[in-house]
Structure formats: structure tokens, C-alpha cells
Design a binder for this molecule. Structure first.
Ligand SMILES: *Cc1c(COP(=O)(O)O)cnc(C)c1O
Length: 372
């Protein structure tokens, strides 16, 4: 037996993530590994923190990157903020809302579900009714950009409602960060998590998170310790902050953090507003082409995600066969439908580096030739 080195094909990634990675981010990944407490590395971590504060539009000192993918960022928010018996309202309009609900019960919280149809945004009126019916609720959680359906919810309004009723908010921004407007401080978001592999166009495996002063206070006043040692923010922060003195908690994924640093520098150089505008523009270009092919969108225009385009698979078309041909002939990956949309929808991602004219053109040409 002789297994040799692995060389992956050069794909164009236009699914729900991972997205195409910036070439300079891939280069950053291969720079020499240093120790996770090396003074130069610690300085770079401080820069990552500052760059994340910019990306999230927050001044929260408790802003850092969890050493694991978006799902671990989700879990970090829930296990740190929920104490056993806490009532948590979760707004569900797709797969990731359901995962939030699962996190609530596994963290010992009391779950209250507010459900909306797939493809629709979270309805603030339903949340208001639930908040009135559950005055003892402590937390409201929802997904800003539901990647399973392509719907964008009104995070500003939902967080304001949570605050009015004395609740902290947990927001999933895995797909929204870098792709659509997001203002953590202005919108009063208390806990937020994202991922590196969607609109940041970095490699998968890291999850940026940020906690408001009110969230940090709740964590510090816990009467029972966080059930997860690895995700306990009070421990992790002793590695991510502290003047001059950092304590070992776990070995940071050193090179992956170089990559995150590079992708955040890229975002800073482009400018957040410009990145949002680019996603919107490329979405309109893709939409125009898809409409010419007679392909229809599932989500209403008013709440469509530019970075995740959910479209109806045309009648009589073999879903798997088309996606397989796109991959084999064009090295192009688009996403299958998830959950309720399996077999009914395609999810075409325009995330980060993938949101550019060459990708839109390739996707339209490949779909047109394949469908013919
Ligand atoms: C991708 C995604 C996640 C999970 O992120 P992983 O990096 O796959 O763990 C969570 N929430 C949303 C909305 C996502 O799109």
C-alpha cells in the first residue's frame, strides 16, 4: 500500500459554505507555525480581536474567536448564557433555528419555540406575543441569515423587542457577517457568533464571537459553572485577553488564526459597506441571469439574502444529476436543499470571494448548458 499526498481539485465553491477562500488567505495559512504564547502571536491575536470588533461593529472587549467551527460558536453562546431552568425563546424559521432549540434543552434551559414558515423571516409580532406570554423569559435567540432557506430576519427589531422585555439576545450571524449590514452595538445584540467559512472567505474551523457587557455580567454571576470546560468563556478569555499575561487554556489553531487575520485584513481594506454593496450587486447580476433561464426564487424579494440564493429546481429536472454534472464538468459546487427544501431547491452561494462577476458568469453559463 502506498498512499501519497492529497491534492484536491480546484473547485469553485458556490454553495452554502465553505465558500471560495481568498488566495492570500491560503498563503497566510502556510506561514511558519509559532508557539501559541509567542509574543508575536499574542500581538496578532489582539489584532484579530480589533478586526473582529470592526467586522461586528462593536466595542465589546469580550470579542474573540472560538477554536472550532460555527456550530461551536453557537454552543459557546448557549452554554455560557443559560443556567439550568432559564427560559429561552427561540425563533425558528429553518434548520439552524432548530439547532438553537436543541442547544437550549441540552444546556438545561426551558425552551419556548416561536415558529415561522421556511423561507419566511422571523415574525416580530409572534415574538412579541411569546414575550408577553412568558414574562419570566431570560433570553431570545434567532438566526439573522437562515442559510437553509435564504431568508434574512430583522435583527434590529427582534433585539429591541428582547431588550424591552428584559431579555438578553443571542444572534446567529454565521452567514450574515460580512455579507449584509450588521451592527452589534447599535442593534443591542448581547451574544453573537459567526463562522470563518461563509462571507469571510476564510478556511472552515473558527468561530468569531462577541458578548455585550450585560452578557458578560450574566456569565460572571452564574451560580453553576458552565457545563463545558472547553467553551467556558471565563476560562477562554484568560487566554484571549489580559495585559501582558496570557494563560494557557488550549493550543490555539495557530495557522488557521493567521488565515482569519488575513481575511479580516482583507475585509478592513475593502471596507464593510463596500463588501455589503458588492454582495448586493452580484446577487442582482445572478438574479437577472437566473430569471432569463426561467429559474425562480423561493424567498420574497424583501427579505432575500444576497449571499445565499435559494431557487426552485425547475420541473422535470434531476436535482442530483445536475449538481453532479456541474461538479464534474465545471468544477462548480452549488448547494442542495436542506430539510424541508431537500430535492425542491438549490442554494447558490455568493459568499465573500465568491461574490464576483467571474463566479456569477460561470454559474449562469454552467447552469444554462447543463439544463439544456
Ligand atoms: C454554516 C452555519 C452554521 C454552522 O457553522 P459550521 O461552521 O458548519 O459549524 C450555523 N448557523 C448558520 C446560519 C450557518 O449557515
Amino acid at each position: 500500500m502506498s498512499i501519497t499526498s492529497f491534492y484536491p481539485p480546484q473547485r469553485t465553491l458556490m454553495g452554502p459554505g465553505p465558500s471560495d477562500v481568498y488566495p492570500n488567505v491560503l498563503q497566510a495559512l502556510s506561514r511558519p507555525t509559532v508557539g501559541h504564547l509567542d509574543p508575536t502571536f499574542v500581538q496578532m491575536m489582539d489584532e484579530v480581536k480589533e478586526l473582529l470588533q470592526y467586522a461586528f461593529q462593536t466595542k465589546n472587549p469580550c470579542t474573540m474567536a472560538v477554536s472550532a467551527p460555527g456550530s461551536a460558536g453557537m454552543e459557546t453562546c448557549f452554554v455560557n448564557l443559560i443556567e439550568p431552568g432559564d427560559k429561552v425563546i427561540v425563533c425558528i424559521n429553518g434548520v439552524f433555528g432548530n439547532r438553537m432549540a436543541e442547544n437550549v434543552t441540552r444546556s438545561g434551559g426551558v425552551l419556548v419555540k416561536v415558529e415561522d414558515e421556511w423561507g419566511k423571516p422571523v415574525d416580530p409580532q409572534k415574538l412579541e406575543v411569546a414575550l408577553a406570554a412568558h414574562p419570566d423569559a431570560k433570553i431570545v435567540a434567532f438566526v439573522h441569515a437562515e442559510t437553509s432557506t435564504g431568508a434574512l430576519s430583522d435583527a434590529k427589531t427582534l433585539c429591541a423587542l428582547a431588550k424591552e422585555h428584559g431579555c438578553l439576545s443571542i444572534v446567529d450571524a454565521v452567514t450574515s457577517l460580512g455579507g449584509v449590514p450588521l451592527y452589534v452595538d447599535d442593534w443591542g445584540i448581547d451574544a453573537i457568533y459567526s463562522g470563518t467559512q461563509k462571507c469571510l472567505s476564510c478556511v472552515p474551523g473558527i468561530s468569531p464571537v462577541s458578548f455585550s457587557a450585560a452578557a458578560v455580567e450574566k456569565i460572571q454571576n452564574r451560580t453553576v459553572p458552565v457545563q463545558s470546560w472547553f467553551l467556558d468563556q471565563t476560562l477562554v478569555m484568560s487566554y484571549w485577553s489580559g495585559e501582558g499575561k496570557r494563560t494557557y487554556h488550549h493550543t490555539a489553531p495557530v495557522n488557521t488564526l493567521y488565515a482569519l487575520h488575513e481575511s479580516l485584513v482583507q475585509l478592513q481594506t475593502e471596507g464593510l459597506e463596500n463588501a455589503w454593496a458588492r454582495h448586493a450587486e452580484q446577487h442582482l447580476a445572478l438574479r437577472a441571469g437566473l430569471e432569463k433561464l426561467g429559474i425562480e426564487f423561493i424567498v420574497d424579494e424583501s427579505c432575500r439574502l444576497p449571499q445565499l440564493n435559494t431557487v426552485v429546481i425547475p420541473a422535470g429536472v434531476d436535482d442530483a444529476a445536475v449538481r453532479n454534472q456541474l461538479l464534474q464538468t465545471y468544477n462548480l459546487e452549488i448547494g442542495a436543499g436542506l430539510g424541508a427544501f431537500a430535492g425542491k431547491a438549490w442554494r447558490i452561494g455568493l459568499m465573500g470571494y465568491a461574490a464576483r462577476p467571474a463566479n456569477v458568469a460561470l454559474c449562469l453559463r454552467a447552469l444554462e448548458e447543463t439544463l439544456n
